[in-house]
Every structure is written in structure tokens, then in C-alpha cells.
Design a protein around this ligand. Structure first.
Ligand code: ADP
Ligand code: MG
Length: 238
């Protein structure tokens, strides 16, 4: 069974079709990169999977269960955005543990899970710090930890490191890949940078104007682009 399946997923905003009949199956533990230029519908696909945007048509299945009518809190998904939106009045541990408190885990259990995930993202010992005092990269690690601690079945990352400098971006994407492999978690990593998609993904799904233009392993996309659009987009120097 697929970890995630999209069936003819469509979203219209008035006259604009932001996402146009996108169908896709993702295997458990697979990392798919959704690649495409700005405005091609990547964020809208992700927001629909997370439940933050309703679908105009089509379905979203996770492990075979229909998620389409469910609100975000009832979906086994986590989301990391470009801007981290950490709660400034809480410590790092408070930020990460907040969702666990809502789930009524006891204090010791929360501390254990928070410490575990802090170590996983390379921030062991940072629990009592204030998020405002962390660097941009460290803040994104906290945002990642905050999602991971809830053990989502599918983790959705929307250009999570786009605001960071290239060196740090490359470093963090390699770390995400490492964490993804270690946990065996299914991920969708949205990017508009083909170098990033080629480096990180098991398969790349190329989007153009709301449609899925081509999907395949990085070397297939790179060596055998099926359209001039894909060839041109992949061939760009970023
Ligand atoms: P990407 O993430 O690839 O840059 P988006 O999913 O953000 O693309 O946007 C796809 C299209 O949908 C764009 O034309 C955008 O203007 C439009 N769009 C996205 N969100 C809205 C909205 N809330 N209202 C109207 N149009 C929107
Ligand atoms: Mg976007």
C-alpha cells in the first residue's frame, strides 16, 4: 500500500487552476521532491495534503485512508515552512513539547521525547534556550524537531531552507536526508532549486502550471527529460 496517494487532486481559485488533476503514489519511506518554478502549485499541493487548503476535486489517501474531508489536526502529517514561526515566549523545549502537551503525555515522557528529537536534529542541550537567540539554521532545526516529535506518517517540507545561505542550505538538506533515512519517514520536500531536488530525492515530481509534468528518479529526470520544459528547468544553473 502507498504511504500517500493523490488522486486527480485539483484546486481552483476563481479562474485560476492552481493544481490541476495531480495524481501520485508515494511508497513508505520514500522522499519525493516536488520541483517547479514559482507559481506552479507546489505549496497548494502541500497545503491540501496537510489539510490547510481544501481540495476543489480529487482525493488524498494516507495508508489507504481518505484524508480529504479531515481537518489538519486529524491527519497524520507534519509541515515545516520556510518561515519557522516558533513561539518566542517559550523555550526551545517548550516549542517542541507543546504538541505533546496537547496530546496529554506526562512531563517525563515529554522531556524524554524532546531530548531525543533535539539530539536527532543536532541541538542536544539547547532545550532551555530562547528561540529568538538562535541562528536562522538553528531555528529551522527546531521547527523540524517540533514536527518530528509528533511522529507524522508523512512530513511535508515547503522550501524549508530557502531563506538560508547556500552552504547552510546544502548542509541542512543532507541532514534532513540522513534523518529521513534513519527514521524511515515518508517525506515530500518542495523546492524550486533543481540542484536541491537532484541531491535529496528518491524521485522528483516536476510541476508546471498546476500539472505534474514528469515524475521519475533523479537520473531519469536529468538524462531523459520528457519535455523541453523539464530539460530547460533541470539544465538551469542555480
Ligand atoms: P508555488 O508554491 O509553486 O510557488 P502556489 O501553490 O503558491 O505555487 O501557487 C499556485 C498558483 O495558485 C499561483 O498562480 C498562485 O497565485 C495561486 N494561488 C495560491 N494561493 C492562492 C490563494 N489563496 N488565492 C488565490 N490564488 C492563489
Ligand atoms: Mg510555494
Amino acid at each position: 500500500m502507498s504511504a500517500l496517494e493523490l488522486q486527480n487532486l485539483t484546486r481552483r481559485f476563481g479562474p485560476t487552476t492552481a493544481v490541476d488533476e495531480v495524481s501520485l503514489k508515494i511508497a513508505p519511506g520514500e522522499l519525493i521532491s516536488l520541483l517547479g518554478p514559482s507559481g506552479s502549485g507546489k505549496s497548494t499541493v502541500l497545503r491540501m495534503i496537510g489539510g490547510f487548503e481544501t481540495a476543489s476535486a480529487g482525493r488524498i489517501l494516507i495508508e489507504g485512508r481518505d484524508m480529504t474531508p479531515l481537518p489538519p489536526e486529524r491527519r497524520p502529517t507534519g509541515m515545516v515552512f520556510q518561515s519557522h514561526a516558533l513561539w518566542p515566549h517559550m523555550t526551545v523545549a517548550g516549542n517542541i513539547g507543546f504538541g505533546l502537551r496537547l496530546r496529554r503525555l506526562n512531563r517525563d515522557e515529554i522531556r524524554r521525547k524532546v531530548d531525543e528529537v533535539l539530539a536527532l536534529v543536532g541541538l542536544a542541550g539547547f532545550g532551555e534556550r530562547s528561540p529568538a537567540k538562535l541562528s536562522g539554521g538553528q531555528q529551522q532545526r527546531v521547527a523540524l524537531a517540533r514536527s518530528l516529535v509528533l511522529e507524522p506518517k508523512v512530513l511535508l517540507l515547503d522550501e524549508p531552507f530557502a531563506s538560508l545561505d547556500q552552504h547552510l542550505r546544502e548542509h541542512l538538506r543532507d541532514e534532513v536526508r540522513e534523518i529521513q533515512r534513519r527514521l524511515g519517514i515518508t517525506m515530500i520536500f518542495v523546492t524550486h532549486g533543481q540542484d536541491e531536488a537532484l541531491a535529496i530525492a528518491d524521485r522528483i515530481a516536476v510541476m508546471r502550471a498546476g500539472r505534474l509534468e514528469q515524475i521519475g528518479r533523479p537520473e531519469q529526470i536529468y538524462r531523459r527529460p520528457e519535455s523541453e520544459f523539464v530539460a530547460g528547468f533541470i539544465g538551469q544553473i542555480s
